[in-house]
Write a protein that binds this ligand. Structure first.
Ligand code: NAP
Length: 261
């Protein structure tokens, strides 16, 4: 299959807000058709699809909780019926969960893993047969610098462990799929301004968090969604076919890790 951006179909999980929305905008600007997955915010998904279509692009919204494999299979079927075969999958949907050894409880951890890990597996399983048959695919998983295990941010041990699983699966799936023309990479963002990080904080709390993370980044600032989306779009590029099994930290050059790898 010859590939350029104008014949790509990108399915972006959690595509309506934050990092997913920035990625959808960048890929649409390059000419890709976009399926915007959402679970709780149809308003945000519809607003983005309307924006992308108004700019001349092709975009649909597709509801599915990525933790539900049957819903993910139906989402991929609908995307392919309406836009064509999925050539780019961005596994961006994710949730955070703050807990310590003492406050851990199984339900919260199970849900965290169901979305961050199982969700990634479900979406890859749902697109991979088609990608294999066509001999082409770009899969980009959104991990986190937390997944390296050395990030000093307190209270996110279990979230970090789910992202470490995503990093390992990225490399293992790349190994399994490389001979089929499918690349699998991950972007590991540092602290970036989205609803996940800004939500639930007062302006004072946000200013304190932002200043703290800016201070420990070589570049002296926190991330913006476009900073992360640029790396995702790079991995998804049709010309990036010899780049696979990579986990790229995009964190402004963080200096506060417990240890440096
Ligand atoms: P966000 O603003 O909270 O957006 C999360 C998105 O994920 C939303 O669009 C949400 O859908 C979707 N989502 C959540 N649970 C879902 C589910 N079960 N099924 C389908 N979609 C689901 O977060 P963000 O900061 O953009 O985060 C995006 C990804 O980056 C996540 O994987 C996160 O762990 C990772 N990350 C973020 C940062 C950061 O600093 N922001 C750093 C490292 C890694 P609805 O809109 O429908 O609710």
């Amino acid at each position: 299959m010859s590939a350029n951006w104008s014949n790509q179909v990108a399915l972006i999980t959690g595509g309506a807000r934050g990092l997913g929305r920035a990625t959808a905008r960048q890929m649409a600007a390059k000419g890709a058709a976009i399926a915007i997955n959402y679970t709780s915010r149809p308003d945000a998904a519809e607003a983005l699809a309307t924006e992308l279509r108004a700019a001349g692009g092709r975009a649909i919204t597709v509801q599915a909780d990525v933790a539900d494999e049957a819903a993910v299979i139906a989402m991929v079927a609908r995307t392919e019926a309406e836009l064509g075969p999925v050539s780019i999958l961005v596994n961006n949907a994710g949730i955070a969960w703050a807990a310590t050894i003492d406050t851990w409880e199984p339900k919260g951890f199970a849900r965290l893993r169901a979305v961050n890990v199982d969700g990634t597996i479900h979406a890859i399983r749902a697109v991979v047969a088609g990608m294999r048959a066509r001999g082409y695919g770009r899969i980009v998983n959104i991990s986190s610098v937390a997944g390296f295990g050395t990030c000093g941010f307190p209270g996110n041990h279990f979230y970090a462990s789910t992202k470490a699983e995503v990093n390992i699966l990225t490399k293992r799936f790349a190994l399994e799929l490389g001979r089929h023309g499918i690349t699998v990479n991950a972007v590991a963002p540092g602290f970036t301004r989205t609803d996940m990080t800004e939500g639930g904080k007062t302006p004072e709390q946000w200013a304190e968090a932002e200043a703290g993370f800016a201070k420990v980044a070589i570049t002296g600032r926190v991330g913006e969604p476009d900073d992360i989306a640029r790396a995702v779009t790079f991995f998804a590029d049709p010309a990036a076919g010899w780049i696979t099994a990579q986990v790229l930290a995009v964190d402004g050059g963080r200096m506060d890790y417990i240890a440096h790898g």
